[in-house]
Design a protein around this ligand. Sequence first.
Ligand SMILES: [Zn+2]
Length: 137
Amino acid sequence: MIAESTRVSCSKCQQSFAPHCSEVIDAEADYMLVDALIDGSLFSTRCPHCQSNLVLDVPVLAYFPNRALPIWFLPAQGRDNEQNTVDFHRLLCAFKVSHPDDWDEAWEQLFWMIGRGDFSQVGLYRRSFPPLAVCCF
Ligand SMILES: [Zn+2]
């Protein structure tokens, strides 16, 4: 399991904290995290200052080994293409460091990009290969 922490600000009390959230998921090693990604619980957290339940808006990179196109990127919401590119490369770097033997340079240009509203597509993916758009930054 690879866990990266990004600092976020609580929408209720405005204090910042580093939530526990896996931004890089190895689907083979951490299938529980894929389930959490699909049902949205991956993004649920509690503010340590005021105990409010919050929904995190963080990007996620998921790795599905043994697939033709194994890198999936779910951008954070409300970001522009430039921010998505920065997020993507930050997560891809973290992945590269932890999976040096699996690494393929082509993944920097070719990967699935799916929106958070398309989580049902991730579920479909587990049964068959979905016709999702390929996004190249
Ligand atoms: Zn708070």
